[in-house]
Design a protein around this ligand. Sequence first.
Ligand code: ZN
Length: 463
Amino acid sequence: MTPWLILLITGQADLPHHRWQDTTAAIREVFAADKRFELRVVEDARAVTAESLAGYRTVILNYNGPRFSPTAEQALEQYIRGGGGFIAFHQASYGEFFGMELRGGRWAAGPGSGWTEFAKIIGASWRPENIGHARRWPFLVEWSGPPNPIASGGAWMANDELYHRMDLSPSVQVIATALSAKEIGGTGNREPVAWTNRYGQGRVFFTPLGHDAMAWHQPAMRRMFLRGVEWTATGTVTDPPPAAKPLRVLVITSGHGYPTAFYALLDSLDGVAWTHAASHAEAFARPLETRFDAILFHDMHNVTTEQTRQRLQAFVEAGRGVVSMHHSIVDYTDWPWWYEEVTGGKYFEKAVEGHTASRYREGVDYTVTPVKGKQNHPVLRGVGPLLVHDEVYRNMWLSPRIEVLMETGAAENDPPVVYVGPHAKARSIYIQPGHSAQTMRDPGFRRLVRNALFWVARQEVHP
Ligand SMILES: [Zn+2]
């Protein structure tokens, strides 16, 4: 099948607020993962003409800057009116297109009315005095209104700016909304975060989301966007073919209880085929390295058998991946090689020679944030800060050779919360939260677990 041609117009934004270079790179990456589309990018919108738009199924605008030339504006209007698809987002909702001008660093109404057709195309406008958003923080996006082909899957977590107090035209269909929390400077209302509109024969999709690369790394954001692209281009939405080869993960539990939401977490891991071993006898009966790409440890045992040690050592020496969650940091007190060379951390239930006992407390709200300089680590893609209601651990033994990816400032917890273990051949990640059902259901946490499994298995972390 010939891919659908998509054109991205970019090259200007209100720097430093919106780095169009970063978001353009992120959008290129979204398209690179979907072979149904072929993306072309132009960075000089003034040169747009009817001829240069011909052949594209959808035009995407990543832009906030001076008005286009009259020729370009008219060409784009005619293209959409004639049935071309159109998508714009975030910073395209204010500025010179709407007749605004910057006065003293703030947008204000200018002398003219701007490109009046543009507000009609996207179905929205914003009074300058209403421009704003709550403090940037992860928030839940929920689908709304009648069924829409762009809406797919459950509610999801955005890590973005939530624009508020926009004026939508009665012609739009709102697809998704999010609560703008008053505590962080929002309106206390549900604000629209995605809608569709018609302009002539053309289909239009607009989302006020998409502030920066982090916002575009949210898998559900990418999914919604690609569905929007397909809908504007064709009028229908199909599901892309699933990944051909799933990641094979062995999940080991026993020795400690866990909420049933753990299974919902496992089921949410796209591209993962998981096998559950509910005891060590079951887990270590047969060789592991030929059957699994990664092991997810959610067990808690101080004592290991000779068989356990042999199987795990062979798995690690073969370069397979290890992800340890929450109480599995207690594991294998009788086997220092495991925590010194592989996981890099250890919770001591009782004091042992050279180490006092570690401590825990259940039901604490704490924030986990990426360590400065580690934000772009593949394991943290799309994760953002997490606010968890979970157990705090402190006074743990930590290897000086771990690479800490996420940390907390919580008083009752040691700072490292997510880290890479020291082993040279096998990749290992420890993720401390994972006690409460709330944590298991947190989209950011789910993303973290999925990223970690793919990364330790040395497979590309797919969006
Ligand atoms: Zn922004």
